[in-house]
Every structure is written in C-alpha cells, then in structure tokens.
Design a protein. Structure first.
Length: 119
C-alpha cells in the first residue's frame, strides 16, 4: 500500500511559479512510476507529467513544468513556471507499479492540492 500526500498549492498571479510536492509512503518508491494529473472545474482529470524510466509531459505544460523525484526521500515534485490562468486546477499525485510505456490506470492517488492562477 502506498499513501500519497500533496502539498505546495496556492493562489498566484499569472507568470508566477509554484513547486508542488508529493510525499509517498512505502519502501519500494523507486520502483513506481510517479505522475501528476490535474482536474479543472467542470473538466475531466487530465495527465500533466510522469516519470519512470522516461519522462513525459502534456503538450500544454511542456517547457514550463518540470517533474523530478528524490528516491531517497520518497518525494516527487512538479516545478511549475510561467503559470497561466488555464493551469488552475486541483493537482493530483499518482503512482503506478513498475515502468511501462503505456499506463492506463494508476494504482494510488493522493487527495490533491489546489492551484489557482489569477490573471
């Protein structure tokens, strides 16, 4: 069982930066693919980024967001720069066992952290 706890959300102005953190429990953190998703009001949850053997980003955040992980601390981060109002959403951390090119379902999810970007 893996528990995920996100932090670092907040209210910022457009153009600002935020760093989200996700703390994971468990002794096999390094063997999980870690990801960030987000869900804006009235919209479906969408993929943002993931890191395992390779790193992937949604086109909408590429070149602005950076995912990273610290396996020694069981942490994954999302550095968000040049934030836009359309980045406003609840951001979720997720974990999937192993490393696969395509991951349909993630096994564990955090409760989410709110990011609000004002114009």
């Amino acid at each position: 069982q893996v528990q995920l706890v996100e932090s670092g959300g907040g209210l910022v102005q457009a153009g600002a930066s935020l760093r989200l953190s996700c703390a994971a429990s468990g002794r096999t953190f390094s063997s999980y693919t870690m990801a960030w998703f987000r869900q804006a009001p009235g919209k479906d949850r969408e993929f943002v980024s993931r890191t395992g053997l390779h790193t992937y980003y949604a086109e909408s955040v590429k070149d602005r967001f950076t995912i990273s992980r610290d396996n020694a601390k069981n942490m994954v981060y999302l550095q968000m720069n040049s934030l836009k109002p359309e980045d406003t959403a609840v951001y979720y951390c997720a974990a999937a066992r192993g490393f696969r090119p395509v991951i349909i379902n993630f096994d564990y999810w955090g409760q989410g952290t709110q990011v609000t970007v004002s114009s």
